[in-house]
Design a protein around this ligand. Structure first.
Ligand code: ATP
Length: 252
């Protein structure tokens, strides 16, 4: 079953077409890579899916529902979460507080609201804390919960971003260059983590410049160049596509 479908989506900035007539589908439970040279329109596509941008034309359907142009907070509650190309953590807050900030959008009451709370609210807070700790455990940062986010290594900050996104209980997770700045060992851990996400039933859409990771992690790739889709299919087929080879060689 297709979880996400983009149909003829276009986004322009002034005279520049950042994304032009792009259509693709992400099947539920799959790991799909969105790749292409710098400036190809990958991040813009992510921003269109997550409601950070509104498309000029086209339609985005998630789980059978038209989400085109919905505000980001509505899209998050429908089950789409993301991480960012540049790390966006609360650097002076603890690791667990960063994850709680993600969980917050699912709570009826605020996490930090008041001292005298009714039992239902306290129960909800306990549950949210347990959820946040479980997500830290999942990404391998449980023992860092009390540490400040700024004290984590770059690779671990990226994992923390994933934990924070997971705390929103997504069905669909969008990862923007998760391996950026990671060493080989951290990238290997990330690959295992992405596979574990799928085992949890979470569908993953990934932008990544580390081609070795993309080829190993994804079962399907969508390739953009100058805002247009130039290829789509399994990695072993896409990597032999002359248009893709030319796009990458041309970029180098
Ligand atoms: N907010 C914006 N205002 C104007 N132009 C933009 C904006 N965002 C992106 N662009 C332009 O749109 C095009 C696509 O950019 P985008 O960031 O989506 O590409 P990308 O494939 O994610 O690139 P990279 O791999 O370098 O992150 C580029 O030419 C970029 O300069």
């Amino acid at each position: 079953m297709s979880l996400l479908t983009l149909t003829d989506v276009t986004k322009t900035f002034g005279g520049l077409t950042a994304v032009g007539n792009v259509s693709f589908t992400v099947e539920e439970g799959s790991i799909v890579g969105l790749i292409g040279p710098n400036g190809a329109g990958k991040t813009t596509t992510f921003n269109l899916i997550t409601g950070n941008y509104k498309p000029n034309l086209g339609k985005i359907v998630f789980d059978g529902r038209d989400i085109t142009g919905l505000p980001t907070h509505r899209i998050v509650t429908l089950g789409i979460a993301r991480t960012f190309q540049t790390i966006r953590l609360f650097q002076r807050m603890s690791v667990i507080e960063n994850v709680l900030a993600g969980a917050h959008c699912r709570m009826k009451a605020g996490v930090f609201s008041g001292m005298f709370k009714p039992p239902a609210e306290r129960r909800e807070e306990r549950e949210v804390l347990e959820l946040a700790l479980a997500e830290l455990e999942f990404v391998g940062l449980r023992d860092q919960a009390e540490n400040l986010a700024c004290n984590l290594s770059y690779g671990n900050q990226r994992l923390l971003e994933i934990a924070r996104a997971l705390a929103t209980k997504p069905r669909f997770l969008i990862l923007d260059e998760p391996a950026g700045g990671m060493n080989e060992q951290e990238t290997e851990r990330l690959l295992q983590l992405i596979r574990k996400l799928r085992e949890r039933g979470i569908t993953v859409l990934l932008i990544e410049h580390d081609m070795a990771l993309v080829m190993r992690a994804c079962e399907n790739l969508v390739v953009l160049e100058y805002g247009e889709k130039i290829a789509e299919g399994p990695p072993e087929v896409v990597k032999k596509n002359p248009k893709v080879i030319e796009a990458y060689l041309g970029a180098d």
